[in-house]
Design a protein around this ligand. Structure first.
Ligand SMILES: N[C@@H](CCC(=O)N[C@@H](CS)C(=O)NCC(=O)O)C(=O)O
Length: 212
């Protein structure tokens, strides 16, 4: 499998974690977002949206990190990234979508670029925007997690779809100065993930393009 991504892209980071949790080998192909390589014709042939990641398997192109992860789950069911009971699956998906659909998209590079170049937002206002939406999303997640019976992970003993989404968002939150200590349930899950090789090996700072 070939994963086209960027070391700091949280959507790429999600897929790296999922591939690692499943124990699947892949070739990593960096797409430099700061050089706008996601808009090159060669990359847009893989993903016309001009967004990373894209996963290529035997000539099939998969895009949208959650669709990629669900495809991995269906193709390589073990270890499972979703619980077996339908209601639990829906609960874990709701947590994951909170991050992937409602928190991350509004701090995506193209949104931040538009805020600055088209709307004239300052660096300070941009930072405030990022922190505002992460804090709002994390506060809701924290409440959702408090009522969850799972420990140390959202679904219990094993990390899965939600942790694939949460850990990259925590990385971004810390990068932009959000105080994770305010969110004990998120902090606890994050610390439990930090001890696992699947998460350690997916970290942005250890990817080959982190030093380019
Ligand atoms: N919903 C998409 C989001 C993908 C996405 O937002 N990718 C970002 C990096 S995390 C990107 O490529 N940004 C480039 C840009 O904004 O120009 C997914 O989950 O794959």
């Amino acid at each position: 499998m070939d994963l086209h991504g960027y070391f700091r892209s949280s959507a790429s980071y999600r897929v790296r974690i999922a591939l690692n949790l499943k124990g699947l080998d892949y070739q990593y192909h960096p797409v430099n977002l700061l050089k706008n390589e996601q808009q090159d014709d060669t990359y847009r042939a893989l993903n016309p949206q001009g967004l990373v990641p894209a996963l290529v398997d035997n000539g099939s192109i998969l895009t949208q990190s959650l669709a990629v992860i669900e495809w991995l789950e269906e193709t390589y069911p073990l270890p499972a990234l979703l619980p077996s009971a339908p209601l639990e699956r829906a609960r874990i998906r709701a947590l994951a979508y909170n991050v992937a659909c409602d928190i991350q998209p509004i701090q995506n590079l193209r949104i931040l670029k538009y805020l600055q170049t088209e709307l004239g937002v300052s660096d300070e206002q941009k930072l405030s925007w990022i922190r505002h939406w992460i804090n709002g999303g994390f506060a809701a997640l924290e409440t959702q997690l408090e009522s969850s019976s799972g420990t140390p992970f959202a679904a219990g003993q094993h990390p899965g779809l939600f942790e694939c989404c949460l850990i990259p968002q925590v990385y971004n939150a810390e990068r932009f100065g959000v105080e994770i200590g305010k969110y004990p349930a998120i902090k606890q899950i994050s610390e439990a993930c930090a001890a696992l090789p699947a998460f350690i090996d997916a970290r942005p700072e250890t990817q080959p393009d982190s030093t380019l």
